[in-house]
Write a new protein. Structure first.
Ligand code: ASP
Length: 411
């Protein structure tokens, strides 16, 4: 069996949904588990709704827009389907849960985007001869209560996945949501933005799939983001190792957590174009292989640089570093780059309006903290001097770090 994952862009309107149907039809003799994201920019829209609703501000006009967006798609697909239930569910959660912390509140509402999209796609496919059963991913993906970043309980998830999916696959495809799960006490969780790829990997792993297919609006894994760079090339083949390195540094083509489960069972990951499904795309496989890679460019925007200095003139060595990392871990903050000096260390982290101030306050209890914001972090794997020169010309560089394969430049 194969696991397919379709992201928001691949179901953004009625034609896109029809195209998903056409792609699934190409594999009609196969057993498919199809993981689907919220439609288009729905998750962003839900984030807007969450922010307004949590503060008791008007969110109903935004919700109305989201409702219309989906009902238009339903109409264009000629379906007899009503999503009032989900809209009411958003309102109920928005009104009743304001005493929750923001991240928990967020998860209860944002997960509904995926529930709506899979309901529409599943109904469309069934109405058009592609028999499938819609499965609520929260009934199979079990997580702890790390809101917005649910940590998967693999054991429990395996039990539910194996109990439910193989049985359905005997006769039908499975349609389920990416990105969402559920805690033991029945709260919804999300797995981190763009987390649907990860759901695909979890299912591929537990079901011993012959491959995870991620369908995208690009021809495969490119050596740079075409939204940022004009001159990009498809990389036909990558090792798991290379793919993990790329995503670690911020390549957004695949969610960083996706590769590891696949690598553990040597399940290939195919990144393919839903626009040109005949193109070969990219295959990610093998632990080790002689592959030539072009320079791979990754830009991480919205970086905050924290300079952390000891106040008692003690060196930034093992003790202080482990203490700083303890604080970062407590706030679930990932360091994108670090440089240490005698009395200070500087770290680059993703700007996060939800927790930056709390983190800073925590660090400031023991250290002197200053910060620079609105920076970008450029990582080049397999760099050449020519590429470095071209990409840094005229930029005010704040930090650089270079190893044999990788250079990171903060500006
Ligand atoms: N809908 C979620 C997001 O936009 C998850 C995903 O698309 O992978 O982040």
């Amino acid at each position: 069996m194969k696991v397919f994952k379709f992201g928001g862009a691949s179901v953004k309107d009625a034609n896109a949904v029809k195209n998903v149907g056409a792609i699934i039809n190409r594999y009609k003799d196969e057993k498919l588990v199809v993981v689907i994201s919220a439609m288009g920019k729905t998750t962003n829209a839900l984030e807007g709704i969450v922010n307004a609703a949590y503060e008791g501000k008007d969110y109903k006009s935004q919700l109305q827009k989201l409702n219309t967006y989906h009902t238009d798609i339903i109409q264009d697909l000629n379906l007899q389907l009503n999503i009032d239930y989900f809209i009411d569910l958003i309102i109920t959660n928005a009104e009743a849960n304001r005493s929750m912390t923001m991240p928990q509140y967020y998860d209860q509402i944002v997960c509904i985007g995926e529930l709506i999209s899979t309901t529409i796609v599943s109904t469309y496919l069934n109405a058009n001869g592609i028999d499938n059963t819609g499965l609520d991913a929260r009934d199979i993906i079990k997580t702890d209560n790390t809101w917005r970043e649910g940590v998967v309980n693999w054991q429990q998830t395996e039990t539910f996945v194996l109990n439910k999916i193989p049985e359905i696959l005997k006769t039908k495809h499975v349609i389920t949501q990416g990105f969402i799960g559920r805690t033991p006490d029945n709260y919804s969780t999300t797995l981190g933005r763009e987390g649907s790829d990860y759901t695909g990997a979890i299912l591929a792993y537990l079901l011993q799939s012959e491959g995870l297919f991620i369908w995208k609006d690009v021809p495969g894994v490119l050596n740079a983001d075409p939204k940022i760079f004009s001159d990009t090339a498809n990389i036909p083949e990558l090792t798991y190792y290379e793919a993990i390195e790329m995503t670690y540094y911020g390549a957004t083509v695949i969610h960083p957590k996706t590769i590891k489960p696949l690598q553990n069972k040597q399940i290939p990951l195919y990144v393919k174009s839903f626009i040109y499904p005949d193109l070969p795309g990219t295959v990610i496989h093998f632990d080790d292989a002689e592959i030539y890679y072009p320079p791979v460019l990754v830009v991480k925007k919205d970086q905050t640089l924290l300079s952390i200095r000891t106040t008692d003139f003690s060196f930034i060595a093992e003790k202080n570093l482990s203490h700083i990392y303890e604080i970062l871990a407590k706030h679930n903050v990932k360091v994108n780059m670090i440089q240490t000096a005698a009395l200070s260390c500087t770290i680059s982290i993703d700007t996060n309006p939800y927790k930056d101030q709390i983190l800073e306050d925590d660090l400031a209890k023991q250290y002197n903290v200053t910060k620079n914001e609105n920076l970008q972090l450029l990582t080049i794997r397999h760099y050449t001097n020519e590429v470095i020169e071209k990409l840094t010309a005229g930029k005010e560089i704040i930090l650089t770090q270079k190893s044999r394969n990788t250079i990171q430049i903060l500006y």
